[in-house]
Design a protein around this ligand. Structure first.
Ligand code: PMP
Ligand code: GLN
Length: 382
């Protein structure tokens, strides 16, 4: 078969979860909670099923859920999105990003990604016929390098994908950085896909700087988020896209032919559950506690901790263990850590097209405190 993606294998997340399972390791690799969601959310979905919400919903999503998303964006970021025309419910953030790319990328267009980046972006751009232009984030800090972004923009640039809070580095863009991006894009026609799936996981009193807060960005943006992250239901695969009407029209043309609609009872359940903002407003504190517990435990190891400003990830430099493990590369070190120490992590090289030299791995702390303590016991004995 003549592969469309000859350079692509199985994702690192599936690979590391399988390895963790095979070795009975504590799985801090793939990003998903090992605790259950709020039973009230499950009840709300049951209730929707019992009330007969079991057939196709409207193509763009259940109106009550679109209205709840619009109300949340208005309350949190002060921008008004029309629930009828500008919000679309998707099968998770992955489909949202892919659909947005399919809707806007013409063969030969450039799409800029900031590396390291989530692993679906590159293959999605290629499948849409685009050319992936990889601009590195700054070494060590993983912050945006606006000079390099500016230098990468040409008349062929169709879009830029950004992601804050960031997977894998756990950085959170400041308002000043967002404004710099707005100024940089102002004289261009470049569209923006803003991956905001970790929008409610921001720590230390900082605020998530959604593109919705910056009119010059919002007018050219697809904002993407995921209920899987926000409500601890990654397996439900429900997310949304907020975009100005003209962009949403194009988005929906593709959406209607690649998924058409998204799980009806989950949408009704989520709409009812969203009436109470407390669960998402409290998510930052909830994960900050876990971050602090995990970081405090790692202080007793030779891992060098990188900052974790948001998301549910903690990156560490493992170079102090290179000699003891006999492993140089991050991928080999992660395998060794899973097999020999019993803790799975993700190598940062998985977020680069050509790998990376930096000795950095990513742990996910969206786990029960007992799970984190179990992992820390093992890591402290290293
Ligand atoms: N973007 C980022 C940055 C992510 O970390 C994830 C989840 N791994 C996704 C998109 C995909 O989200 P979903 O599961 O809703 O498709
Ligand atoms: N987004 C999650 C992560 O970064 C996993 C998603 C997946 O398994 N594809 O770990």
């Amino acid at each position: 078969l003549h592969s469309r993606l000859p350079h692509v294998g199985t994702t690192i997340f599936s690979t590391m979860s399988a390895l963790a399972q095979a070795h009975g390791a504590v799985n801090l690799g793939q990003g998903f909670p090992d605790f259950d969601c709020d039973p009230q959310l499950v009840d709300a979905v049951h209730e929707a099923m019992r009330r007969g919400h079991n057939q196709y919903p409207p193509m763009p999503g259940v109106p009550a859920l679109r209205q709840a998303v619009a109300a949340k964006l208005q309350a949190m970021h002060g921008r008004s999105y029309d629930a009828d025309r500008e919000i679309t419910i998707t099968a998770g953030a992955t489909q949202a990003i892919f659909t947005a790319l399919l809707a806007i990328v013409h063969p030969g267009d450039d799409v800029i990604v900031l590396e390291p980046c989530y692993d679906s972006y590159g293959p999605n751009i290629e499948l849409a016929g685009g050319r992936v232009v990889r601009v590195p984030l700054k070494a060590e800090s993983y912050r945006p390098d606006f000079e390099r972004i500016a230098a990468a923009i040409t008349p062929r640039t169709r879009a830029l994908i950004i992601n804050t809070p960031h997977n894998p580095s756990a950085t959170v863009w400041s308002a000043a950085e967002m404004q710099t991006l707005a100024d940089l894009l102002a004289p261009t026609d470049v569209l923006l896909i803003s991956d905001e799936v970790y929008e409610h996981m921001v720590f230390d009193g900082a605020a998530h700087q959604s593109v919705a807060r910056f009119p010059g960005l919002a007018e050219r943006s697809f904002i993407v988020s995921s209920f899987g992250k926000t409500y601890h239901v990654t397996g439900w695969k429900v997310g949304y896209v907020a975009a100005p009407a003209a962009l949403s029209v194009e988005f929906r043309k593709v959406h209607q032919f690649n998924v058409f609609t998204v799980n009806t009872p989950a949408q009704h359940g989520l709409a009812a559950y969203m009436a109470n903002p407390a669960p998402y407003l409290g998510l930052g504190d909830f994960y900050q506690r876990k971050r602090d517990l995990f970081r405090a435990g790692l202080e007793g190891t030779a891992f060098r901790l990188l900052p974790s400003e948001g998301s549910y990830f903690q990156c560490v430099d493992f170079s102090a263990y290179r000699e003891r493990s006999g492993q140089r590369s991050d991928a080999a070190f992660c395998e060794w850590l899973t097999r020999e120490v019993g803790v799975a992590a993700i190598p940062l090289s998985a977020f680069y097209a050509q790998g990376c030299e930096a000795p950095v791995i990513r742990f996910c702390f969206a786990k029960r405190d007992e799970t984190l303590k179990q992992a820390l016991d093992k890591l402290q004995s290293l």
